[in-house]
Design a protein. Sequence first.
Length: 70
Amino acid sequence: MKNTIQQCFKTPKYKRKFYFQLKILIKKWNALFTERTVLGTDFVDRFKSILWEGLTIAEEYQQWLKFHTK
């Protein structure tokens, strides 16, 4: 346990946050496509919401990456 905690501190916070957000996004994505839904407005709205969330996560990660590589 102690070794795991030490390994966690070696990874920057923004990377841990990114991987956590990505894991949640993948769960939402899989849940959307495993449900048997008709291509209605609800499906399209949820699809757009997930895509927008993914784009936001990627942009935030890129900003942190640029900041830390300077």
